[in-house]
Design a protein around this ligand. Sequence first.
Ligand SMILES: [Zn+2]
Ligand SMILES: [Zn+2]
Ligand SMILES: [Zn+2]
Ligand SMILES: [Zn+2]
Ligand SMILES: [Zn+2]
Ligand SMILES: [Zn+2]
Ligand SMILES: [Zn+2]
Length: 490
Amino acid sequence: MPPKRLGLDASLAVDVGENKSYAEMTLCPVCQDFADTPRETDCSYRHMFCSTCISQVLNARGPCPVCRGNITKVSKLSIMNKNMFDMVKWKCLNHEKRCTWTGSKKELEAHLDNVCPEQEGECPHEGCTAKMRRALLSDHKAVCEHRLIPCDYCTQGIPAGAFDDHPTTCIGFPVECPKKCGVFVARSRVTHHLENDCGEGVTECPMLGCAARMKRKDVAHHVRSFTQHHGMVLSEEVKKLKKQVFHLSHTAVRDHDDCFSVMMTVPNYETTLQALVPGMSFCSEDFSFQGHSFNLILWPRGKGRDNRQAEKTELWLRASDGYEGVLKGVVSIDMVGRQHPATFSFQKHYGEAQPLGQDAHRRRPPNGLTPICQTVLETLRQNATFHNGTLKILLKLTAPALNQQPIVVGSRTCGGPIRRRGVPRPIGGGLVAGVNSAGLSLGTDGANPPAAAQAEAPAAAAAAAAAASASSSSSSSAASSVSLSRPSPY
Ligand SMILES: [Zn+2]
Ligand SMILES: [Zn+2]
Ligand SMILES: [Zn+2]
Ligand SMILES: [Zn+2]
Ligand SMILES: [Zn+2]
Ligand SMILES: [Zn+2]
Ligand SMILES: [Zn+2]
């Protein structure tokens, strides 16, 4: 703590022996107060000043302010002078108000700050403006309206003057449940109580699948009384969940899967269907997935080979160039009057690799030709209506990702001087291009006209197909309008 300027003067020095004359020597001749951080000059009398007061004189190259003698430097007090500064006794500044205390300048500072009963102080409580003698202040602080009293409910400090009214607003004060369930809760917890605990609040039956709503206090009774009902709805829920798990496990796309989607469209499907005979099919153009060629084949009225298969709508996916591996896929067909497209998922093993899991006992698909939807497509046969009469079969395929190797293309020298106009031709240099397997097939879309759709029929039905083709113009036109749309991303 730096020393305080107390405004001391000789009249405040204790009048005993030499004390008063020593006291006068401790007062700075420039500022008249007790010398602060005192320094003595090298004038003949070694006069003493505050260090700041005498340094201003020195800076102005003035003489000693007391004796006008020459000053060249100032220095710290001699031991003798320092002892004198410490020993001079002063009266309390409040001596006229009956305080009889005496002591050194340093002791006087502490006395005024902490002890003197006559020293005036301010009430420390926030918001209180009271000022009074220290003797009265401690009594005042004990009853001050602004002193803080801790609230037992919210633990906040509440000003004493507002404490009696505090329970009407205290967030921790217990209040009765507004629904009169008999419970008292802290004011801030009322909403939580009503939403989660209140026996009079309405809640849903906690049993999975039961949609009953009741007062919370009646839940236990409801659960006890409807055991059989709950067992039934629970088993329904489990069935639903099983279906969802099955669907998810067949449609989930892993990060490292290759994905591909393709849409086969059959315009005028509904009218064409009337004239179609068993064994006739709609074939999509070939498309490429994972570097292999595939196409979709739809037999709307069955393959016509035997009675067992007759009239059974089937959708097949053919891998025409020896694809090997497990293909997962989802087929969706949008029909008028249905809120969601009809969706069927499948998982098929192609090629010579050992089949996995429960498909292991099944025959491998001959020639890569595999039925992916059979009975599920019964919906396509009768009474099905499609937007603008066009059947659209969206197929999404996924398979474990291939290690994509870059396709290496050769190079040759291109001759001739560089022409002035146009883009100069590169000479030499090799090109290595990374190509997505699906992208390769897309590249041919614009270049080639859509391949004519074939009517694919086993030999036994070929004659019938030809007859139908000849007798009905709509049959052949519908068959030729089958096209392959651009694959869309997932
Ligand atoms: Zn001074
Ligand atoms: Zn002097
Ligand atoms: Zn005092
Ligand atoms: Zn106060
Ligand atoms: Zn409170
Ligand atoms: Zn309640
Ligand atoms: Zn229930």
